[in-house]
Structure formats: C-alpha cells, structure tokens
Write a protein that binds this ligand. Structure first.
Ligand code: RP5
Length: 154
C-alpha cells in the first residue's frame, strides 16, 4: 500500500497542507502528517528523510523554504513542494526557493498555497501502478467536467 508523508515547516502551514491530506483521504491513499522544520529541527528532518517510511513526500514550507529541497536531497523518493504564502513577499520567496532547484535534485513544485494540487499530483503518480486509483481519478475529472457543463450563471 502506497504511503504519503505530508510534512510542513510549521503548524502555521497546516491550513494549506490539510488540503493535501483531505485529497489523499478522499482517494483512500494512506498518509501521515507532521511538522518537520529544516531550520528549527534539522536533525529530525534528516531522520525523517532517512527513515524511508514513505513512497512519496509532500513538503510545504514558507519563507526561504529549504524543506522540500533538503528532503529531496536525502531521499530518492519523489518530493512535491508546496510554496506557502507566509511572509510579506506573498509566497514568491517560497515559490522561487522550491522551484529553482539546481539540476540533479528535482522537486515537483505546485502553485503557491496549492496543497490540493499537491495531493492530486501525488495521487496521479501513485495511480501509475494502481488501477483503482486510475478509476477514481477518471471519476474525479468526470465530475469536474459535469460541474462545469451543468453550471448556470445567474
Ligand atoms: C517556515 O517559516 C514555515 O514553513 C512557515 O511557512 C514559515 C513561518 O513559520 P512560523 O513562524 O509561522 O512558525 O519555516
């Protein structure tokens, strides 16, 4: 069974990162979540990454946002980064920190505060080898399409 670790640099990131957890729960993907800070708890970050107790990591961080890149450097599992809007730079600082990984250690980066899309991307990756998840994703897309087709303007 695939397992996703959802980590974040601070409990103040939870409002965004719970959207990832909500999506994973909706699709029935096992996950766990915790605060892992690159600068406040660097030893714990190392232990977490080296535990290998996950198939995929979703990592959210704000500010200079080292967490996703540092974790990606410590594991060969895929890492999805979520830039969090936490400073007066509107999240642009986090976005650039996470998306601009030098060649060699990739972090798949979603839009600022897009915990939901991080969850959906994780499901898509895991669905490669899981027909049930493929079916659920097709149904999810179908429902989105129906919502648009059936929506009425005032
Ligand atoms: C980052 O600093 C966290 O990811 C958070 O987005 C930001 C602010 O953290 P707090 O000061 O709210 O704990 O490490």
């Amino acid at each position: 069974m695939a397992k996703v670790a959802v980590i974040m640099g601070s409990k103040s990131d939870w409002n965004v990162m719970k959207e990832s957890v909500n999506v994973l729960n909706e699709f029935g993907v096992e996950c766990y979540f915790e605060v892992v800070s690159a600068h406040r708890t660097p030893e714990h970050m190392y232990e977490f990454a080296k535990s290998n107790n996950f198939d995929l990591v979703i990592a959210g961080a704000g500010g200079s946002a080292h967490l996703p890149g540092m974790v990606a450097a410590l594991t060969i599992k895929p890492v999805i980064g979520v830039p969090i809007k936490s400073s007066n730079l509107n999240g642009i600082d986090s976005l650039l920190s996470i998306v601009q990984m030098p060649g060699g250690i990739p972090v798949a980066t979603v839009a600022i505060n897009q915990g939901k899309n991080a969850g959906l991307l994780a499901v898509s990756i895991l669905a490669i080898n899981d027909e049930i998840l493929q079916e659920k994703l097709c149904k999810y897309r179908h429902n989105m399409k129906s919502d648009v087709m059936e929506s009425e303007l005032l």
